[in-house]
Write a protein that binds this ligand. Structure first.
Ligand SMILES: CC(C)(COP(=O)(O)OP(=O)(O)OC[C@H]1O[C@@H](n2cnc3c(N)ncnc32)[C@H](O)[C@@H]1OP(=O)(O)O)[C@@H](O)C(=O)NCCC(=O)NCCS
Length: 266
């Protein structure tokens, strides 16, 4: 393995975006560090070298960087193949299929885990509606909310479950009045550790299949204008911007944010 390339200037220079143009995909997560920079001596001893297919690397990169922990990533420019070096703890996790997650419809038994997911999202991102600490829902109330969604028959929540937790979810809520019954409103959120791995797109795929079967004609949502990841996701899913909701959000620090109203007709 070309060790000297691992310490190359091109890698050192990357801070947030790497586009590997000759490869069938792209790694876009960061920050990337020069090998050894962040590692304690223990962690350096634990590093292993691996040869992986690009798709695996892509998944692993996003997981590793989102853990913001002991890692170093090295690659050389060869289409489809990347040489990868990473702390053994993370490697073991990856080798044992640690990135495997399941997308499924929510059940009442998910109440506590789903509440925990929402509380973590409230803390992790300013792009969801609730401010950190604002959500007062109890697990029992959450169970009632889920029961209501499931009994409605035309609303649904999909969750992403890893080994122990729920790490993301998407809710489609049907409008009740007859004249707007064909419309579903969407809310989606993933924990930072699981973003950028195609899971948001998969949630949308499952939701849309279900929405078609349940005769929805219009899907709609709102998104803060500075939320590039979400905006791009919605555009790639075929949503269109149909209007600007001026100052519709006031962040806890007091600044105003516009939102786009977006929709997709099925
Ligand atoms: C928005 C969110 C749901 C996207 O889910 P995700 O699983 O990360 O998205 P995917 O990996 O499926 O990416 C799908 C597309 O979204 C866009 N995208 C995703 N992450 C992006 C990023 N960091 N920067 C720019 N575009 C991004 C890309 O167009 C991507 O397509 P590509 O992979 O072909 O380039 C997720 O980032 C999230 O939960 N964010 C925090 C909560 C939030 O903002 N919720 C939405 C409120 S309206």
């Amino acid at each position: 393995m070309p060790r000297k390339h691992w310490r190359g200037a091109s890698l050192r220079a990357c801070s947030c975006t790497i586009r590997h143009d000759t490869s069938p995909g792209a790694i876009r997560h960061g920050p990337f560090r020069e090998p050894g920079m962040l590692l304690s001596s223990d962690e350096v001893q634990l590093t292993v070298g691996l040869r992986m297919e690009f798709s695996q690397v892509r998944l692993l990169c996003s997981r590793v960087t989102s853990l913001l922990t002991r890692f170093l990533i090295c690659f050389r420019g060869k289409p489809g193949v990347i040489y990868f070096k990473v702390a053994r703890e993370i490697m073991d996790w990856a080798i044992t299929g640690g990135w495997n997650v399941e997308i499924r419809q929510i059940t009442e038994d998910d109440a506590a885990a789903f509440l925990a997911l929402q509380l973590q999202l409230d803390r992790e991102t300013d792009f969801m509606l609730m401010a950190p600490g604002e959500r007062q829902t109890t697990a029992r109330q959450q169970r009632d909310i889920i029961r209501k969604i499931l009994s409605d028959g035309r609303s649904m929540t999909w969750v992403i479950a890893d080994d122990r937790h729920l790490v993301g979810g998407l809710t489609l809520r049907a409008m009740a009045p007859f004249k707007i019954r064909h419309t579903g409103h969407i809310v989606v959120g993933l924990l930072a550790s699981h973003r950028g791995q195609g899971l948001g797109s998969k949630l949308f795929g499952q939701m849309e299949t279900w929405a078609r079967v349940h005769a929805f004609h219009r899907l709609e949502l709102t998104v803060m204008c500075d939320n590039r990841a979400a905006l791009n996701l919605y555009l790639t899913q075929g949503f269109m911007v149909e209007g600007l909701r001026r100052d519709s959000i006031r962040q806890p620090d007091g600044h105003w944010v516009d939102e786009y109203a977006m929709s997709k007709l099925l």
